[in-house]
Write a new protein. Structure first.
Length: 629
């Protein structure tokens, strides 16, 4: 870590991200069915930005856009489980270089440190990097736990300049609100979770007040995206780009909020800005984006934004001195990356929202905030001008996307998310031929697919097979349905039928990692070792670090008594997935077979560290460990 530069009188910065929070479910944004008094309290001495849009309605891409102030089409992060490449310029890397202490406390798996957002943070508290994900609730930890960890860190660091990032994941499915909140929000679990989060933040804000940080710190509260909750036929988020998932809250509370509003912040760290006036409006209704958050913070601190940042400071809007309309871009690649359908892109400017799709849409959000009345083709000239602006914005900010080796899904993370129904990307090469199908036209199929996946994950394999077969009867090119049907067939030990579905998937996408992995596993299961080896070797030609390929080849080499080759593959599997208890166990068996009991014991212990309930590893450790009797 480079030596810190001296910083004088710059305030601490506290960022609070409430994942999956719709702006219109906060009482400070006009919601009447639930009071959120603690979040609302930030508006006293702060500025509420009324019309803020997420740049991508998915957790990791949205946070990457916020911290790097870049668009998803430029930074290459379009889905969860991808990896932000090393060397990224983020708000955290800028502030740590300016002498700030930096810490993050993460509530959800999608921001685990392995995905690259930890760059610039000296402390990145993310238990998901060491947690075994066995169920959907393992993907999150409750707000109170996250906030308590943040308070513990502040006890040691609150006297210095610091950047503190807090990520709360309670509003993301699956819901598990404390029972006490059912009466507070009888209308549903989503609002129950929100009431719990608001109360949890109330305790944290009390701590800030008691320590004086509420007056010293610049606080920004926001969400990465909203939740459809049934709007437009979508239950969650990521599929469409309507306001229910794009419209997010953003509240800045300025330091010294209860002091003389004409006070000045002096800094010797920037020749460009010598002082900042604290006279800010209580609310701003000019549309802007989360991409503008990092430049706003740096501008407030008097620190120039890096050239890589694409967003613009909101300070002039907050001072009510600039009301010029901005172009606010958003996108969703989910339907494309998952099914090969069209990418959805949108441009917000003023009161209008344009959605670029095979069947484009234009909405007047002032008079139609629910986006129920598409103004096309009646306003085709205005829509065409918005499409031109959208295309020009992409051309201005587009750069080379992240390389395949860093933008692909993390192997172990991909498997965890696929098994729980969360992962969007179905291939290491997501740029399939775009069929031009509008996701709106495939919504019934998408909902059938989600239902079939739920059946598969909840032990209803026969029903899932029938559901996936129905989907493929209507759309034989539905790649994920072929793969998920194969998974269900494997669960029923119908291996030849599964192999047939996987071959169909590989015809559609010859470099599909998941299909190739599963096909190799099928041949292993039926004892066709030559075919299994051929599939795994082929997989390594386009995915040379693939975990499943190396693990499968390790098993095959061990069966053939090629112990050195087996060990080499198991170690390569561990390089791809350091949290593989199975690879450690297999290495332990190899060492045990060669009489290396101490080495075997170390490997079995590693397996048990990762998976304490791994019975085979526990028995094996007992075999190679001398008895005390």
């Amino acid at each position: 870590m480079a030596a810190r530069k001296e910083v004088t009188e710059l305030p601490p910065v506290i960022l609070i991200s409430i994942d999956t929070l719709r702006a219109d479910h906060l009482s400070c944004y006009g919601y009447s069915r639930l009071k959120t008094p603690h979040i609302d309290s930030l508006t006293r001495g702060g500025t509420l930005f009324v019309e803020i849009s997420s740049q991508a309605p998915i957790t990791l891409p949205s946070h990457v856009s916020l911290f790097t102030s870049t668009y998803p089409f430029a930074n290459g992060i379009r889905e969860n489980a991808q990896v932000l490449p090393p060397g990224a310029v983020t708000l955290a890397t800028v502030l740590v270089a300016r002498g700030y202490s930096t810490a993050a406390f993460i509530g959800g798996y999608f921001l685990a440190g392995r995905f690259g957002l930890a760059q610039g943070f000296e402390t990145y508290d993310s238990p998901f990097d060491s947690r075994v994900i066995n169920g959907a609730l393992d993907l999150k930890r409750p707000a109170l736990e996250v906030l308590q960890s943040a308070e513990n860190w502040l006890e040691q660091n609150s006297k210095s300049q610091f950047l503190l990032f807090i990520h709360l994941f309670d509003l993301h499915e699956p819901y598990a609100p404390p029972a006490a909140y059912r009466a507070r929000a009888p209308q549903g679990e989503y609002d129950q979770e929100l009431a719990y989060v608001d109360d949890s933040l109330g305790g944290f804000f009390d701590y800030l007040a008691q320590s004086g940080l509420d007056r010293r710190a610049l606080v920004a509260l926001f969400s990465d995206h909203g939740e459809s909750l049934g709007d437009h036929g979508e239950n969650t988020h990521g599929y469409f780009v309507y306001q229910s998932t794009l419209h997010v809250p953003l509240i800045f509370r300025w330091p010294g909020h209860d002091e003389d509003r004409s006070s000045k912040l002096e800094t010797r760290d920037s020749a460009r800005v010598s002082s900042l006036d604290f006279r800010f409006s209580p609310s701003v209704d000019v549309p802007a984006g989360l991409i503008d958050v990092a430049p706003t913070i740096l501008s407030f601190l008097g620190i120039p934004s890096p050239p890589a940042f694409c967003g613009h400071s909101l300070l002039e809007l907050a001072r009510a001195g600039d009301s010029a309309p901005r172009d606010v871009y958003s996108q969703s690649s989910y339907a494309h990356d998952k099914f090969g359908w069209a990418v959805l892109r949108s441009l917000r400017r003023g009161d209008y929202q344009y959605i670029d799709a095979p069947h484009p849409e234009l909405y007047d959000l002032k008079h139609d905030p629910a986006e129920l009345h598409n103004l096309l083709p009646g306003m085709s000239a205005l829509a065409a001008s918005y499409r031109e602006r959208l295309t020009a914005l992409e051309a201005t900010y587009r750069s080379q996307p992240a390389s395949a080796s860093t933008a692909n899904a993390v192997p172990s993370a991909a498997e965890n998310l696929r098994s729980l129904g969360y992962l969007a990307m179905s291939s290491a090469h997501p740029a399939l031929d775009d069929s031009g199908v509008d996701p709106k036209d495939r919504l019934p199929e998408f909902k059938r697919y989600m239902l079939a996946g739920h059946l598969a994950r909840t032990g209803h394999a026969e029903e899932a097979v029938e559901a996936f077969q129905g989907i493929l009867g209507d759309d034989p090119r539905n790649l994920p349905a072929h793969i998920d049907l194969a998974r269900s067939l494997i669960g029923l030990h119908r291996y030849p039928d599964a192999a047939s579905q996987l071959r169909a998937a590989l015809t559609l996408d010859p470099h599909n990692v998941e299909a190739e992995e599963l096909l190799g596993d099928v041949w292993l299961a039926v004892g066709d070792l030559n075919r299994a080896a051929a599939e795994f070797e082929r997989l390594l030609t386009f995915a040379p670090q693939d975990y499943e390929a190396h693990f499968g080849l390790g098993l095959l080499a061990a069966r053939g008594h090629a112990m050195a080759e087996a060990a080499q593959h198991f170690r390569a599997a561990l390089a791809a997935n350091p949290r593989s208890a199975e690879a450690h166990y297999q290495l332990g068996l190899l060492a045990e077979g060669q009489g290396q009991k101490a080495e075997a014991a170390r490997e079995f212990q590693e397996a048990l560290q990762i998976s304490p309930n791994y019975a085979d590893a526990r028995r094996a450790l007992a075999r190679v460990t001398p008895s005390d009797r």
